[in-house]
Ligand binder design. Structure first.
Ligand code: NAP
Ligand code: DHK
Length: 514
């Protein structure tokens, strides 16, 4: 069967015919290939009158769904009337209907001999609890097809991101047109990578419609953020591993950069609970490399087969690369140079890295708040540059361990507020305090900031954190985590693609979006 491009479907769930018609126009403008009209969302739905209006002069193919409550929808009426409405939609020229497995035989036998030439029946199954085994999913696909379906549709729920790999396997091996997607944030890649595995269609929400979750991709996201029209079976998949991870601007930066340099790759958010399990499932020539974020950087050191000596010294990996053909995982850390060079440049009053021998950090008192992946990178970098390092952390034990590692001193989180042995100190926040959505938080009271010459915040969402605002108001030079984010990604891009990183393209992509 010739490979057909995966269609983009806009699900419409307006409560009135008028609003539904408006959403159809919005979907056309947004670049959808078809719309799914959810009749079970229409209040006071009058099949004859409303379907005629909805289908008359339609501007793109229409899929009609009338989902009953027993399959997760809103319809609670008579089953005979429900199927009758679907038959009416067929008679009025609708392109597809979506009917549930449980009702498929009734519906398909009721239209026997009357099915229009270009009319397609999607027979669907929805599992709102979990994602079954490959064997069970394969059996389900066969059962759906045996009803006489033109297209089989399997929707499951991701308990873990590795569940999606099973649905990918079923899609890619299915011999009939198949729609496969996995609900939940951990199922996001099932939507984004559907074209890679040959899905018949994938769903993208309209901007205006209430997304069921903030992470749910809109049509605009699919087209403009993920360049989904360029995703093919050969597309390499990269992404940022973390939990939480929705805040990351990695997809924004990398997908714009891949497009600019013409690299056949896609970069996605990866909500990962168990790093080892994720890597064991996905690391491969198809998924060749990852950024590693909160809270997995330390665990990544253990998961990699080989770790770059600097990353090993830091004790944190933020870049994981599976060597050609996935034989082994290499771990690197691009955070430390990114953060330290941004702080050095701020101290020098420049915006581009310079390679003078001695660092302006030499001899400075460098206070790091945080002892996780970023904290370790900053502490290590400050030590290497000859600074005197002090670590403050919520969990004091971790502060002491990291301070010992870099030959520095440890402070409790509370002591930070009154720590000012001298003026002109350097402060680096390497905690997630102040990160979206808790943007009102800050890791240190404003009154303590007047003793610092430079205040760096690793948090880059929002671009200007409360800490940076208060630092500037206190006379310190604020250094944004955005600068670190761009520089750490610059190092990663080379590991990911083997190509030189177009720094200005990466910078522009991020600054336009943050
Ligand atoms: P991580 O390994 O999970 O470490 C988190 C650190 O934050 C730990 O020290 C933790 O203290 C502390 N922390 C978390 N919640 C806290 C709270 N409510 N109060 C006080 N301390 C708290 O995460 P990470 O990878 O180091 O990342 C830390 C932050 O830096 C994140 O916001 C991340 O986005 C950002 N980052 C940015 C860049 C960039 O490119 N701009 C690069 C790396 C990291 P405990 O030890 O007590 O748990
Ligand atoms: C954040 C970090 O901590 C970096 O080290 C990762 C990730 C990217 C992010 O995309 O937010 O490389």
């Amino acid at each position: 069967m010739a490979e057909k491009a995966t269609l983009l479907c806009a699900p419409l769930s307006a409560s009135s015919v008028e609003k539904m018609l408006h959403q159809i126009d919005e979907a056309v403008a947004a670049g959808a290939d078809l719309v799914e009209i959810r009749l079970d969302h229409l209040r006071n739905f009058q099949p004859h009158q409303d379907l005629e209006v909805l289908l008359k002069g339609r501007k793109l193919p229409v899929l009609v769904t009338y989902r009953p409550k027993w399959e997760g929808g809103n319809y609670e009426g008579n089953e005979h009337e429900r199927l009758k409405a679907l038959r009416l939609a067929m008679d009025l020229g609708v392109d597809y209907v979506d009917v549930e497995l449980q009702a498929a035989n009734d519906f398909i036998s009721s239209i026997s001999g009357k099915k229009p030439e270009n009319f397609k029946i999607i027979v669907s199954s929805h599992n709102y609890q979990s994602t079954p085994s490959v064997e069970e999913l394969t059996d389900l696909a066969a059962k759906l097809h045996a009803t006489g379906a033109d297209i089989v549709k399997i929707a499951t729920t991701a308990v873990d991101i590795t569940d999606v790999a099973r649905v990918f396997r079923v899609i890619v091996n299915c011999q009939v047109p198949v729609i496969g997607w996995v609900m939940g944030e951990r199922g996001l890649i099932s939507r984004l990578l559907s074209p890679k595995y040959g899905g018949y269609l994938t769903y993208g929400a309209l901007e205006s419609s209430k997304q069921s979750a903030p992470w749910e991709p809109t049509l605009r996201d699919l087209l403009d953020l993920y360049n989904i029209r360029q995703v093919t079976p050969d597309t390499k998949v990269f992404g940022v591993i973390g939990k939480p991870i929705g805040h990351s601007k990695g997809p924004t930066m990398y997908n714009a950069t891949f497009k600019h340099v013409g690299y056949n790759g896609i970069y996605v958010h990866l909500l990962v609970d168990d790093l080892a399990r994720f890597l064991d499932t996905y690391a491969s020539p198809d998924f060749p490399a990852f950024s590693c974020g909160i809270p997995h950087k330390e665990a990544a050191v253990v998961c990699c087969d080989e770790v770059d000596p600097i990353a090993r010294s830091i004790g944190a990996v933020n870049t994981i690369v599976s060597q050609p053909f996935g034989q082994k995982l290499m771990g690197y850390n691009t955070d430390y140079y990114a953060a330290i060079s941004a702080i050095e440049d701020a101290l020098r009053g420049t915006t581009t890295s310079s390679n003078t021998a001695n660092s302006p950090l030499e001899g400075k008192l460098f206070v790091v708040i945080g002892a996780g992946g970023a904290g370790k990178a900053l502490a290590y970098g400050a030590k290497v540059k000859g600074a005197r390092v002090v670590i403050a952390n919520r969990t004091f034990e971790r502060a002491k361990d990291l301070a010992e590692l870099v030959g520095g001193a440890a402070l409790t989180y509370a002591e930070l507020a009154n720590f000012h042995p001298e003026k002109g100190m350097i402060l680096a926040n390497a905690t997630s305090v102040g990160m979206q959505p808790q943007i009102e938080e800050t890791p240190i009271p404003k009154h303590a900031l007047r003793y610092y010459a430079i205040v760096f915040d690793a948090v880059y969402t929002p671009k200007v954190t409360r800490l940076m605002q208060e630092a500037e108001a206190s006379g310190a030079i604020p250094v944004s985590g955005v600068e670190m984010f761009i520089r750490q990604a610059k190092g990663q891009f080379q590991h990911f693609t083997g190509l030189p990183a177009p720094e200005e393209v990466m910078r522009e992509a991020v600054l336009n979006k943050i």
